[in-house]
Design a protein around this ligand. Sequence first.
Ligand code: HEC
Length: 149
Amino acid sequence: MPRLIFPLFVLCLLLPGPGAARAADDRELVKLPAMMQEHMLSNMRDHLRALDEIFLALAEDRASDAAKVAERRLGMSSLDSHGADHLAPFMPGTMKAFGTAMHRAASRFARAIETADIEPSPKTQRAIYAAFQEITANCTGCHQAYRIR
Ligand code: HEC
């Protein structure tokens, strides 16, 4: 019988206890006024919709539409329409940095799409993927670090 005790002890250590899923959420809470919170979430939903529209355009061989959506809805040109000036003062420095890096990456992504359209090659194609991954790295980086509710 005592021979059973050690394996049982190990098993207890491995099983997730109550609240294990919640303990995994160590994102920092950034408090925003209610209107800003709504505004930011609606921006976010538009970010995801923009990615969807970009890939639809790429799949349908409409590179210039894809580049336009990337620049205007996610890139540096999107900052005004997203009210970035109003949101920025509420954000911690690192959060702002994720946002800025995401907008810069999206502008590079737009240029990479245009370049691949003019000079199609495996290299310019890979550059599109690399630029896209720089965008999503900043989406996920910020999502893992911060929450607003
Ligand atoms: C500067 C930080 C930051 C960046 C960059 C960022 N997000 Fe978010 N996003 C957040 C936060 C914070 C939330 C809200 C999380 C919470 O509190 O629930 C959020 C929520 C969302 C939501 C849920 C919206 C809702 O209505 O619930 C979507 C979708 C989303 N983000 C998509 C994206 C996509 C796609 C990108 C990249 C193109 C992106 N986000 C980049 C910070 C960011």
